[in-house]
Design a protein around this ligand. Structure first.
Ligand SMILES: Cc1cc2nc3c(=O)[nH]c(=O)nc-3n(C[C@H](O)[C@H](O)[C@H](O)COP(=O)(O)OP(=O)(O)OC[C@H]3O[C@@H](n4cnc5c(N)ncnc54)[C@H](O)[C@@H]3O)c2cc1C
Length: 398
């Protein structure tokens, strides 16, 4: 380990590895620090990603793909399935191997990686972040950097150390519990589809997912709204157990994870002097699905490109780093605000309304059912919401 780098990236998840790879590809001396002893482990993810976003950053490899997905099935509260058929639309990954592979591509591009290296603080001189302190091999080290990229996930501390309030409002997070399960009832489980179950009883302010990992293996999980957790003494794990009892009574649990996903708007401030915040640390996961792998890679990539421009220009100020948030907002962030409003409206639906929407959608042939068609149907069942979202009509959202 050297004591001075152009870029230090904190956290070797998808955001951090892509940021480190991009910075190294741009010729920057780059260090990627990961607190865990093994990159990608333990996995706290349902591991689904679309083909379209994955291939922006890496070609699919059999070693880290558990299953190819050919569409989705959304089950309304009374069990009516709405089937969206999209051959080869995405994958369920083996995240542990995927994350390691991404870090390997960063190393191949020239980045240095240290595991079991826990960042413990930032070096802040005259309101300029110029490095980090790290605990490594039972010793504390100070590492200087022109730019620090905070890719330290949903529980991010780096932003806070730098004086940016990155706290999540409880209403803007989903609390999740998930089992990896085998012995699944073939009448309920399909290895072809990602299944989503919605309903106020089943998963208030969230949904249940069953994502295929093999012919008889799946991630079965539930996310519930942060404000719901603990209400009536019920936690996410209790909702998950209820679902498993009714849908997979013979299923066997092979592992269990719990976690939290940001489902609100992006963090308003994602750059500071010498600092950039990416991925879950910047609240960049999708406000409806909670999916964040793709967005983490995209923001890591955008941030590192701007970092390279700033270092080349010798200007590390927050002002000079603004192209990163602007690019994020232009491509993805601006849609978050619309998505949040749609979500808040949909969350008010009764189970009966969801059932009626499913009935209407099922009158279409499966190839005609698209996400846009679903949005339209849902909105037509809530005319007040449609009025509120009329500005989405012109850009073609609805
Ligand atoms: C139950 C659950 C299911 C999910 N399912 C999906 C899904 O199906 N599809 C999808 O797209 N997304 C899903 N997500 C979200 C997805 O996992 C995240 O959005 C994604 O991992 C974000 O990537 P990241 O690189 O920003 O952060 P992370 O992957 O969390 O990586 C952050 C890294 O930083 C390291 N770190 C933290 N602090 C320090 C420190 N001080 N020093 C050094 N290292 C540090 C951590 O150890 C970690 O490796 C799910 C999340 C949960 C909880």
């Amino acid at each position: 380990m050297h004591t001075k780098y152009d870029v230090v990236v904190v956290g070797a998840g998808p955001a951090g590895s892509i940021a480190a790879r991009t910075a190294a590809e741009r010729g920057l001396k780059t260090l990627l620090l990961e607190k865990r002893q093994e990159i990608g482990s333990p996995v706290r993810c349902a591991e689904a990603i679309s083909h379209e976003t994955l291939i922006r950053y890496i070609e699919p490899e059999a070693a880290w793909i558990s299953a190819t997905v050919h569409g989705g099935r959304i089950f309304s509260p009374n069990g009516t399935p709405v089937v969206i058929q999209q051959p080869n639309v995405g994958y369920v990954l083996e995240r542990k191997l995927f994350d390691r592979r991404l870090a390997e591509t960063a190393v191949n591009a020239g980045a240095e990686v240290l595991v079991k290296a826990r960042v413990t603080g930032v070096i802040n001189t005259d309101d300029q972040i110029c490095g980090v302190t790290v605990r490594y091999h039972r010793r504390d080290h100070a590492i200087q950097a022109d730019i620090v990229i905070a890719a330290d996930g949903v529980e991010s501390q780096v932003a806070r150390w730098a004086g940016i309030n990155s706290t999540h409002e409880l209403r803007d997070v989903d609390i999740c519990a998930q089992y990896l399960m085998s012995n699944l009832d073939p009448d309920v489980y399909s290895p072809e589809y990602c299944d989503f179950y919605i309903g106020r009883e089943l998963a208030p302010r969230g949904y249940v997912w069953v994502f295929p990992k093999g012919p008889d293996l799946a991630n079965v999980g539930v996310g519930i709204g942060g404000t719901i957790s603990g209400r009536n003494g019920k936690l996410a794990i209790d909702y998950l157990n209820d679902f498993v009892r009714t849908h997979f009574p013979e299923g066997r649990v092979l592992s269990q994870v719990a976690g939290c996903v940001p489902v609100g708007d992006s963090l308003p401030e994602i750059v500071g002097n010498g600092l950039m915040i990416v991925g879950d640390a910047a609240h960049h996961s999708d406000p409806i699905s909670g999916g964040g792998i793709a967005n983490a890679m995209i923001s890591g990539h955008f941030a590192a490109e701007t970092a390279a421009d700033a270092i080349a220009a010798g200007d590390l100020s927050a002002e000079f780093l603004r192209p990163y948030p602007e690019r994020w907002d232009e491509e993805i962030g601006k849609n978050f605000r619309h998505i949040c409003r749609i979500r808040d409206g949909v969350m008010k639906f009764s189970d009966k309304t969801f059932d009626r929407c499913a009935q209407v959608l099922n009158k279409l042939s499966p190839e005609k059912i698209t996400m846009r068609e679903i949005f339209k149907t849902v909105l037509l069942h809530q005319p007040r919401l449609l009025l509120e979202l009329r500005h989405l009509i012109a850009p073609g959202w609805i």
